[in-house]
Design a protein. Sequence first.
Length: 145
Amino acid sequence: MTQTHDALQVLRSRGYRVTEPRKRVLKVLAEAQRPVSPYEIQEILQQKGEYLNHVTIYRVLDLFCSLKLAHKVLLGGGFVRCTLGAEDGCHRFVVCRQCGALREYADKALCEEETAIAQEFGFRAEQHFSEFSGICSECMASARS
């Protein structure tokens, strides 16, 4: 639970209270094996006998994303907890379209290059989104068998 503890420390250090809803959503994200939607988070909590309304879940996820404690995965339409912490560069994903496996990585040089491209167009980049969809090595190996 080190990552969960670290995430709670980030909340405290940034002046946010560690509330039960925030702890519950963080726990679901920590235990999830794939991106989960707000509705799935609510369903998982209900299975544990807990309840949070959708508005609260969306607000918590929005806060977590702004603090880089979680990320929205565009290809899967769900949310995952950040596994890289404060690692330099924009955090990106490779997603297996067959099994849904997801890997997070950061590339500072890529982030800087994209910021420079945005500046060439007269934009100030605030966020970068990039995801790769394909087949993971495990799915490729099982397809060959």
